[in-house]
Design a protein around this ligand. Structure first.
Ligand code: ASP
Ligand code: MG
Length: 431
C-alpha cells in the first residue's frame, strides 16, 4: 500500500538537509512512495516579500530579492552536485526566469491571483533540486507537477480541492509503482491551468489530499522535532511528547492554537482512517507521534496551549436588556465579517466576552462598529491559557499569582485569560 512522506521547509533548507533526505529515502524500500516537499527554508516568506516589493513599485528591491533567491538556490545546487551541477543549475535558472516573466505578465491582476502565479515557484524549485539529487544518488524518481494533480477552484490563496477530479489524476499518476513520485506541497491548479495555493503551511494538507485519494497506508511528516508535544517546548520547560492521540484530540489542539499540524490536514485522513505519523529526520530511532482512530490515550496527559497578544472585549447592552441570542448573533456576525476568530467566548445575562487575536487592521474597525451599538470594555496584551484534560489542582497551580480576567471551562478544556505581563518567560507544568 502507498506511503506518503512530507518534508517541510526546515528539512530541505540546504544541501546538508537534502542529503539527509536522500539517505532517509534510501532506507525506505517500501513502494509505492509519494514524497511531498515544501519550499526550501523560508523561501515562501522571501517570495511574499518579493511580491510585495513588486506591487509597491520597488523595482530595485524586487531585483535584489530575486537575485538573493537565485543565489541561495544555486549555492545549494553547487554544494550538492559539485562539477556536475550544470544541468540542474540550468533548470533552476529557467524556473527563476519563468517566475520573473509570470510576475510581470500578471502584475496588474488582483493580488491573490498574482500571488499564486508567483509564490508557487518556491515548491517548484525545491522539488526540482531534490528530484535531481535523488536521481544523482541512484534512486528512480518521477517529478510530478502538483498543479496537474491537485485540481482546485479559482479561490486564489485559499483554493478549494475538487476531490473527484483530483482523485482521478492522482490515481493515474500512482499506477506507475516502482518509482518514487516527488511532488510539491502547498500548490494546485485549476482545470484552466492557472496555479493556485492552498493557504500558508498547506503542505501537510497536500500530503493528506494525496493520501486520501490513494487510500494510503500512512502519512509521515518528517520534522526537526521528534513529534507532537503537550506544550510548546520553547515555552514550557517540561513539555512531553504525545506518542498517540486521536484525530479529534489533534483537531482540538490545533483549534486552540497549537502549531501541531495544519488544521485542514486531519479531515481527509480521518475520513479514511489513515494514520498520520510525525517523526524526526534527525533521529530515526526516536519514537514518533501518531494521530489516528484510537482515543484511549487522549486524556492521559494534559496539554497546555498559550495564545499571546489577545484582546478581551466585554460587550454589554446599553439599555439593561439581555444579551440574548439575537444580540449574540449580531455580534458574532460582525466577527465573521471582520475575519476574526474568538479563542474564548463567554456569555452572561447582559454581557458577551470575547478573546480575539490582536490583528489591529481587523480589530479596530470591529471595535468601532461595536461601540456604535453596545458598551464595550477593552483590554489588550493578554495571554489565553488553554488546558486540555486539566484537573482542579493543575488549573489552580497554573493560575497561581496570575489574575484571571475571563474564563470558561467544559468537560475537557479549561481556558483562562491573564495579563500578558504575568505570563512571559518559561512555564512549568506542575505534576
Ligand atoms: N511553503 C509553504 C509555506 O511556507 C507551504 C508549507 O511549507 O507548508 O507556507
Ligand atoms: Mg514552509
Amino acid at each position: 500500500m502507498t506511503q506518503v512522506f512530507k518534508f517541510g521547509g526546515a528539512s530541505v533548507q540546504d544541501a546538508a538537509a537534502i542529503r539527509r533526505v536522500g539517505e532517509l529515502l534510501a532506507r525506505f524500500r517500501a513502494r509505492p512512495l509519494i514524497v511531498v516537499v515544501s519550499a526550501m527554508g523560508k523561501t515562501t516568506n522571501a517570495l511574499e516579500a518579493l511580491l510585495a516589493a513588486a506591487r509597491e513599485g520597488e523595482a530595485a528591491d524586487y531585483q535584489e530579492r530575486l537575485e538573493t533567491l537565485r543565489r541561495e538556490h544555486l549555492t545549494t545546487v553547487e554544494a550538492l552536485f559539485g562539477d556536475r551541477a550544470g544541468p540542474v543549475k540550468k533548470r533552476v535558472e529557467s524556473l527563476l526566469t519563468e517566475l520573473d516573466q509570470r510576475h510581470r505578465r500578471h502584475a496588474r491582476r488582483e493580488r491573490p491571483f498574482h500571488y499564486d502565479q508567483t509564490v508557487c515557484f518556491g515548491e517548484l524549485l525545491s522539488t526540482t533540486i531534490i528530484s535531481a539529487w535523488l536521481d544523482e544518488i541512484g534512486m528512480a524518481t518521477e517529478w510530478q507537477d502538483a498543479r496537474d494533480l491537485v485540481v482546485t477552484d479559482d479561490c486564489y490563496q485559499a483554493a478549494n480541492v475538487d476531490w473527484q477530479a483530483t482523485a482521478e489524476r492522482v490515481r493515474a499518476m500512482a499506477s506507475d509503482n516502482d518509482r518514487i513520485h516527488i511532488t510539491q506541497g502547498f500548490i494546485g491548479g485549476t482545470v484552466e491551468g492557472t496555479s493556485t495555493t492552498l493557504g500558508r503551511e498547506g503542505s501537510d494538507f497536500s500530503a493528506a489530499i494525496l493520501a486520501h485519494c490513494l487510500d494510503a497506508e500512512e502519512v509521515t511528516i518528517w520534522k526537526d522535532v521528534p513529534g507532537i508535544f503537550n506544550a510548546d517546548p520553547r515555552r514550557v520547560d517540561n513539555a512531553v511528547q504525545l506518542e498517540q492521540i486521536s484525530y479529534d484530540e489533534a483537531v482540538e489542539l490545533a483549534w486552540h492554537g497549537a502549531k501541531v499540524i495544519h488544521p485542514k490536514t486531519l479531515g481527509p485522513l480521518q475520513q479514511k482512517s489513515i494514520p498520520l505519523t510525525v517523526r524526526s529526520f534527525e533521529d530515526l530511532e526516536a519514537p514518533p507521534s501518531t494521530i489516528g482512530q484510537d482515543t484511549r490515550f487522549d486524556t492521559q496527559t494534559p496539554s497546555l496551549i498559550l495564545r499571546e497578544a489577545q484582546t478581551l472585549l466585554e460587550i454589554r447592552t446599553r439599555d439593561f436588556t439581555f444579551m440574548d441570542e439575537a444580540r449574540q448573533h449580531d455580534i458574532l456576525g460582525r466577527l465573521v465579517e471582520a475575519g476574526l476568530h474568538a479563542g474564548l467566548i463567554d456569555a452572561g445575562a447582559m454581557r458577551l466576552s470575547l478573546s480575539l487575536d490582536g490583528h489591529p487592521e481587523r480589530l479596530e474597525p470591529l471595535v468601532a462598529s461595536l461601540c456604535e451599538d453596545y458598551a464595550v470594555e477593552r483590554c489588550d496584551d493578554l495571554t489565553l491559557l488553554n488546558v486540555r484534560h486539566a484537573d482542579d489542582a493543575l488549573l489552580a497551580a497554573l493560575s497561581a499569582g496570575r489574575d484571571s480576567l475571563a474564563e470558561r471551562r467544559n468537560a475537557d478544556t479549561a481556558q483562562r485569560l491573564f495579563p500578558g505581563s504575568q505570563c512571559r518567560g518559561t512555564w512549568h507544568i506542575p505534576r
